[in-house]
Write a new protein. Structure first.
Length: 225
């Protein structure tokens, strides 16, 4: 350990991390979102910085402090996150997609606050698909970083994660079971399985900050040529 950090396994590397939820506007006062806290992505940003990397953290709306010496870019919706991620990924070595991106957004955003009609008992919202940010980065033929995704699942965790690894052409996927109490979304703890083309490796439940350090070491080892 030095004054500047806890190691140098990512010394000289540029790392981009997305974190937190996205918010998809419905009208000026309403949005669609999810319960992601951003804690795992922020913990990874801190761990990568301490391991010697230059870190850009692309953050959706979260209530977290920016880790020291990390460059933070705040975004609101998925398309803003995609634009910021594409820009930052152009000069990075490692891209980590920890954000809980909304899969869909309202097809249109009302200019004025939506009003309910008298006697209206039902309402429907038409949604359209958002861009898949990590799949876009992983499908590059040029300037393609080592690309890592997360898979939050409530069932058949490893199988679903495996299929995402392949479908999105990722180099690694970090699977977590968000159905366990005290794990995943909005928790300080997490238990994950790291999967790549060579196999899988389960890490026991730990504080997200400790888990982040372990994940950064695994990622550093995989990206050392
Ligand atoms: N992801 C992304 N852009 C999206 C959706 C997901 O970059 N529009 C990324 C997430 O950051 C994560 C990975 O894709 O790293 C997997 O996200 P997840 O929600 O688990 O998978 P989906 O492909 O969206 O499939 P589903 O939600 O149907 O399980
Ligand atoms: Ca999703």
């Amino acid at each position: 350990e030095t004054l500047f950090g806890s190691g140098d396994c990512l010394r000289g590397k540029d790392v981009v991390i997305t974190a937190g939820p996205t918010r998809e506007a419905l009208d000026p006062v309403r949005y669609l979102s999810n319960h992601s806290s951003g804690k795992m992505g922020f913990a990874l940003a801190q761990a990568a910085q301490r391991a010697g990397a230059r870190v850009t953290l692309i953050a959706g709306p979260v209530n977290l402090n920016t880790p020291t010496h990390v460059k933070r870019v705040d975004v609101v919706d998925a398309r803003e996150m995609r634009d910021a991620a594409e820009r930052a990924a152009d000069l990075c070595d490692i891209f980590i997609s920890a954000a809980a991106v909304a899969d869909f957004r309202p097809a249109s955003v009302a200019e004025q606050k939506l009003k309910k009609q008298e006697d209206q008992d039902e309402s429907a919202i038409v949604l359209v698909k958002n861009p898949d940010i990590v799949a876009g980065i992983a499908s590059r033929t040029e300037r393609r970083p080592f690309t890592i995704g997360f898979a939050a699942e409530t069932q058949q965790v490893e199988q679903y994660a495996q299929s995402k690894l392949q479908r999105k052409n990722l180099d690694m996927i970090i699977a977590n079971d968000v159905s366990c109490a005290g794990s995943g979304f909005n928790s300080d703890h997490n238990a994950v399985t790291v999967i790549d083309r060579n196999g899988s490796h389960t890490l026991p439940s730990a504080l997200k900050t400790d888990l982040a350090k372990q994940l950064i070491e695994i990622i550093a080892a995989k990206t050392q040529q």
